[in-house]
Design a protein around this ligand. Sequence first.
Ligand code: CP
Ligand code: NVA
Length: 296
Amino acid sequence: MDMSTTHFLDVDAFTPTELLDVLDRAAELKATDPDGQLTNRTLAMLFEKESTRTRISFETGMTQLGGHAIFLSPDDTQLGRGEPLSDTARTLSRYVDAIMVRVFDHADAVEMAEHANVPVINGLTDDAHPCQTVADLLTIREAFESFDVQAAWVGDGNNVARSFVVGCAMVGIDLTIATPAGYGVGEDVLDRAAEFDGTVEVTTDPSAAVDGADVVYTDVWVSMGQEDEREAKLQAFDGYQLNESLLDGQAVLHCLPAHRGEEITDSVLESDRALVWDQAENRLHAQNALLTTLIE
Ligand code: CP
Ligand code: NVA
């Protein structure tokens, strides 16, 4: 496939077949170790929000692949002094081979992509986290050896959930989402997911969602940029915690960072059924696959 100008702003930038190819490539890179596939290539990384996994896995990945990554906070570029995104995108495209962006407003990532003629990769916006979804799907397939699983999402219908819902549908995973009223993933995401094979059920009942599930996924209740909503969200999500009384042996996913005692208990996160460290590692392999697919 010609991926020369493909941007990865959300997981359905790919077809299901292309997504499965990326997952196969990720598994292969994990098994064999990368070996200079992106020698002399450069990734620019623009971060408006904090990061541990995304920054370090992308930067390490580019090193493993023989290339180089440049970390840029808003204060490191003229963006911090008001240079437009469109001018920044066109300038960066003259130097680097791909641009990763972690920004608040998804429209800013779209604007970068509209003006860049190298791939723009979404490293988290308020609306989507597709790199996380590729790692999540890789982790599920490793644990269950297929996508013939029943999954549940319990908690906020946030950026991570929105991409996960679409990604599950694309690979045929049946998913039930339990969120409090008013905190769902949004009709736009349900419409996009409906184009694919996996089914999506929506409920406000966490017990109903996890009943019969093989794997249960959650994320923080207060995402970056939502600090002012903290009290209201803690109230709204009462009863949505992944704890020993809700769960019954299901595998557990969390994109991390976790807020122990809020969306998940310490004992669940530290239990053998938590796949979270494999999931975090898989960010590296998933992104190495994405980088080599998009930059080639
Ligand atoms: N899961 C994830 O994206 O983590 P970071 O915020 O640490 O990058
Ligand atoms: N939903 C979280 C994910 C962090 C990786 C946030 O946006 O802060």
